[in-house]
Design a protein around this ligand. Structure first.
Ligand SMILES: [Fe+2]
Length: 425
C-alpha cells in the first residue's frame, strides 16, 4: 500500500524541539521549583517566569491540572442562554462541554461525552450548531437523546440489556456556579465556593449589575501563545506606552495606572484618564452633550466615569469596567502554545434599546478589534521569543505588579494554596 507523501505525525511549526521535549516527573518538578522561586522574589527584584513554563507541553499539562482545572473558569454569560432550551458547546482542557438552560430553569454545565459509547455528541464533524435552542440533544451515533438537564430521554433497542435503567445514563453534570451573571465551571470539583472566592470582587463591581447586562459584541480569536502570556498582557498597563501608544496611551497613560493590594482570588487595577480627557468628559456630562459609546451605566460614582477598572479573577477571568460597558475575555487554554479567546462587550438593557444602538455596536466593535489586534500581535511575538533558547528571565517594572501577582497565584496553586496564605512555603 502506498503511504501518503505527507507524514501526518510530523510536528507542526509550534512543536519546537524544546516545546515537544518529553519531560519526566523530576524535570517537571525542577521547572515547578523554578516557578515557585521566581514568584517568591519581592516585586523590586521580580523577573519573568522561566520560558519552559510557557512552551513545554508536559509542563503545561502539569500546570493545567494544578492551576486551571482546580480553579473556576468562566464559560458563558446568562444573556447568551436567555431562552429555555438554550445551549452553548465549547471545549475546555480536552473536556467537551455544554452549557445549557433546561426548561426547569437553572443553568448547568454538562459533559458532551455520550454515556453509551463515548462520542462527543456535538463533535464539529457532525455539523451541529455549537449554539442554539433545542428540546433534545441527540448523539448522532446511535440516536440516544438527552434533555437539556442531561437526563437520557430515549435510546432504541436497549430492552435486552440486563438491569439497564435510563436514569443511570445521563450526561455527566460538572460543578458550576453563576457569579454576577457569569457561568463558571470547576473541572476537578475541588475549588472552594466561587461566591466566597469572589465575594470582594462582587462588591466592587456590583454597580454595573452584570447579571442584567447583555452581550452586545463577541469576537473570536485563535491565539498562538500560552494562556499566561494572555493574562499577563491583560493585567499590566505598562505596555500602553508601547504597543498601544496611539490608542489606550492617549487616554490612560501607563504611568498613571496602579494596582490595589493583593487579594488571594483576584487582581484589581485602576486605569485613570489623564486630566485633560477627564475634564473634557465631565464638562460634556455637565452640559448634557453626546458622548461616544453606549448609554452609561446608571448609579456610578464620579470616579467610575473617569477611569477603567481592570480585573483578573484568578486564574483567567478577564474583566474590565467602563462608564458604559464591561469587557469580558473568555479564555480556553488548549496547549502550551495555543489558546482560544472570545472578547465580549456587555452593556445595560437600556443601552440596547437606544435608537443608535446598532451604529454604536459597529463603531465600538472596530475600537475593540483595533486595540486587541495590537495585543494579539505583541502576544504572538512574545511566544515566538520564548521559544528561543536565548530567552532569559527578564526584569519587571513596578508597573508590572499584576504580572508578579499572577506568578504568586500560579506558584501558590502549584503548592495547593492561595497567595498570601501561610502555606506558601
Ligand atoms: Fe494591551
Amino acid at each position: 500500500m502506498d503511504l501518503p507523501a505527507r507524514n501526518y505525525c510530523e510536528p507542526g511549526p509550534r512543536a519546537t524541539a524544546f516545546g515537544a521535549e518529553r519531560l519526566d516527573r523530576e524535570q517537571i518538578g525542577a521547572i515547578e521549583r523554578q516557578v515557585i522561586a521566581t514568584a517568591r522574589l519581592p516585586l523590586r527584584q521580580a523577573v519573568t517566569l522561566p520560558r519552559a513554563a510557557y512552551v513545554n507541553e508536559d509542563y503545561f499539562r502539569h500546570e493545567a491540572g494544578k492551576v486551571l482545572a482546580s480553579g473556576w473558569i468562566c464559560l458563558a454569560h446568562v444573556s447568551q442562554l436567555k431562552q429555555a432550551g438554550s445551549y452553548l458547546a465549547l471545549d475546555l482542557l480536552d473536556e467537551p462541554l455544554l452549557v445549557t438552560r433546561a426548561p426547569d430553569g437553572p443553568v448547568r454545565v454538562l459533559s458532551r461525552v455520550c454515556p453509551h459509547r463515548g462520542a462527543d455528541i456535538m463533535h464539529p464533524g457532525f455539523g451541529v450548531a455549537p449554539r442554539g435552542v433545542a428540546k433534545r440533544l441527540v448523539c448522532p451515533y446511535h440516536v440516544w437523546s438527552f434533555g437539556l438537564d442531561g437526563k437520557l430521554k430515549t435510546c432504541a433497542e436497549m430492552q435486552r440489556a440486563e438491569a439497564f435503567d435510563k436514569k443511570d445514563w445521563a450526561l455527566v453534570e460538572l460543578r458550576s456556579a453563576v457569579w454576577e451573571g457569569f457561568v463558571f465551571v470547576n473541572l476537578d470539583g475541588t475549588a472552594s465556593p466561587l461566591a466566597e472566592q469572589y465575594a470582594d470582587f462582587a462588591k466592587v463591581v456590583a454597580p454595573w449589575n452584570c447579571a442584567e447586562m447583555e452581550v452586545a459584541i463577541e469576537l473570536d480569536w485563535e491565539c498562538e501563545f500560552n494562556w499566561k502570556v494572555m493574562v499577563e498582557n491583560w493585567m499590566e498597563s505598562y505596555h500602553h506606552m508601547g504597543i498601544h501608544h496611539d490608542t489606550l496611551q492617549t487616554t490612560m497613560p501607563a504611568k498613571m495606572t496602579w494596582t490595589e493590594a493583593e487579594n488571594p482570588h483576584f487582581i484589581r487595577c485602576h486605569l485613570p484618564f489623564k486630566q485633560a480627557v477627564a475634564d473634557e468628559l465631565m464638562e460634556a456630562i455637565a452640559e448634557g452633550r453626546p458622548i461616544p459609546g453606549f448609554r452609561p451605566i446608571e448609579g456610578l460614582t464620579l470616579r467610575d466615569h473617569v477611569e477603567w477598572g481592570l480585573y483578573l479573577g484568578h486564574p483567567c477571568f478577564m474583566f474590565l469596567t467602563m462608564r458604559d460597558r464591561v469587557l469580558w475575555y473568555r479564555l480556553q487554554p488548549i496547549s502550551a502554545e495555543r489558546c482560544r479567546l472570545m472578547t465580549a462587550t456587555l452593556v445595560s438593557k437600556r443601552a440596547t434599546q437606544a435608537p443608535d444602538f446598532a451604529e454604536t455596536v459597529e463603531r465600538e466593535t472596530r475600537m475593540l478589534a483595533e486595540f486587541h489586534a495590537q495585543d494579539m500581535k505583541v502576544n504572538t511575538a512574545v511566544q515566538a521569543g520564548l521559544r528561543s533558547s536565548r530567552a532569559v528571565q527578564g526584569r519587571l517594572s513596578h508597573l508590572e505588579e499584576p504580572v508578579w501577582m499572577i506568578q504568586r497565584y500560579v506558584a501558590a496553586r502549584l503548592q495547593g494554596c492561595h497567595p498570601g496564605m501561610d502555606r506558601l512555603r
